[in-house]
Design a protein around this ligand. Sequence first.
Ligand SMILES: Cc1cc2nc3c(=O)[nH]c(=O)nc-3n(C[C@H](O)[C@H](O)[C@H](O)COP(=O)(O)OP(=O)(O)OC[C@H]3O[C@@H](n4cnc5c(N)ncnc54)[C@H](O)[C@@H]3O)c2cc1C
Length: 471
Amino acid sequence: MVNKTNSQVLQQESNPNTLSISQLRKDFKDRVIAPKDAEYDKARTLFYGGMDRHPAVIIRVKDVDDVVRVVNLARETGLPLAIRSGGHSVAGHSIADNGIVLDLAGMRDLQIDVRGQTAWAEAGLTAGEYTTAAAAHGLATGFGDTGSVGIGGLTTGGGVGYLVRKYGLTIDDLLAAEVVTADGQVLRVDADTNPDLFWAIRGGGGNFGVVTRFQFRLHKVDSVYGGMLFLPATADVIASFMSLAESAPEELSAIANVMPAPPMPFLPAEQHGKLVIMAMLVYVGDAAEGERVIAPFRALATPLVDMVKPMQYPEIYPPEQDEYHPVAASHTMFVDRIDRSVAEVILTHLRSSTAMMAVAQLRPLGGAMARVPVDATAFAHRKSRIMVNVAALYQNPEDKATYETWVADFAEALKQSDGGAYVNFLGEDGAVRIRAAYPGRTWDRLREIKARYDPDNLFRLNQNIPPTNGK
Ligand SMILES: Cc1cc2nc3c(=O)[nH]c(=O)nc-3n(C[C@H](O)[C@H](O)[C@H](O)COP(=O)(O)OP(=O)(O)OC[C@H]3O[C@@H](n4cnc5c(N)ncnc54)[C@H](O)[C@@H]3O)c2cc1C
């Protein structure tokens, strides 16, 4: 079966440089999904809704040889190539309209060296799957705040999560990786082997090749003291919360979501829709000590709901609904402080929102993440104090402009001296914002490495770093 609408190139069975869908089915067997296949619509769905992209073919690779073949296929046919691991791209980069999707979801092998406290993980694993498997040995590597996010995209962008202040970014625990480059080579990268590429994949996103396997350091993390704490969101409570979180011991990482209270069954009905802080707290260490550290947060106001307790670390990733595909407008940024006046700005903007859900997510940074030198990895925001993501979730695609304007105005009102951006939370924000993700010398260095490993910009469906040769 040849797809007649999506790609001229894929139809040309007589051209030795191209392949047809029927040929792909011979080569990749049941791992090929084409537009007329029953699984096609599900396979082209990403976490975020509102993106209706139609790839010419999706290939579910099973091993590194498959990855090489798909990379070669994309290079030889000239078709756009999208790399998909967990499918949580905020910009929707992991599905290529009229192109090839290299889908790593079938590559989920995980080899844990318990004594050595390291693990080799294939890129198709999700943060939740890895975390659950590692926890069986009382071990953990820090990923993000959501279990279904893929380790492929999360790690190559940096990885900011519940262990960030204690153990740093995900890339700070990356020891080595296996990368398929644009010319189809399989390279091992680590501090001594291809160190330039190892530097670039730690924050440079999917620009440099397909990472098939990551080797991570594991930490002894058994039970933690953590969970969800709901507080009423007044300016004083927000400012004090942030001040406490920033000065807390590094064992504590926190995320404060300031938002109208969602109609969750455990929240009193009279609170639904009122502005609250939905905080996620994780203290890595002794429960009694964790309780002592978290006591001042509890004392900021009478908690609306308090679910902070001793728990196994994977419990921080609750089950998710497969069918949840929100449409969102969002903006990511860093700020230096959230004092009372900044908190007022947050509350004013949230009150003005007509979105189904509006949120200002505040993530205090610092600790281990900040001790890594700025130029040690392609993630260069080591000195940034607080990451802020503002977002509006909505249903009707026609409202896109309204919510994008609301988000842009909100972000503008929050702007302080730190002009950086975290690449993994960028949407279709454009070149200026990609540049903000890679400030100063980081940008030049990334472009040079890009020219060395991907001079024709084969890997361009991403927050793109053009090679120095200008392609
Ligand atoms: C609900 C939600 C919560 C999030 N929470 C956090 C968080 O707490 N912390 C955080 O740091 N980030 C977070 N993110 C952002 C997340 O890290 C990025 O969206 C990331 O790109 C998702 O990775 P993925 O593999 O799921 O995505 P995909 O959509 O599969 O991939 C996204 C992009 O990453 C690149 N990529 C993916 N896999 C590979 C690979 N194997 N080799 C090379 N390049 C690859 C490609 O350029 C691809 O287009 C969150 C995102 C969502 C939607």
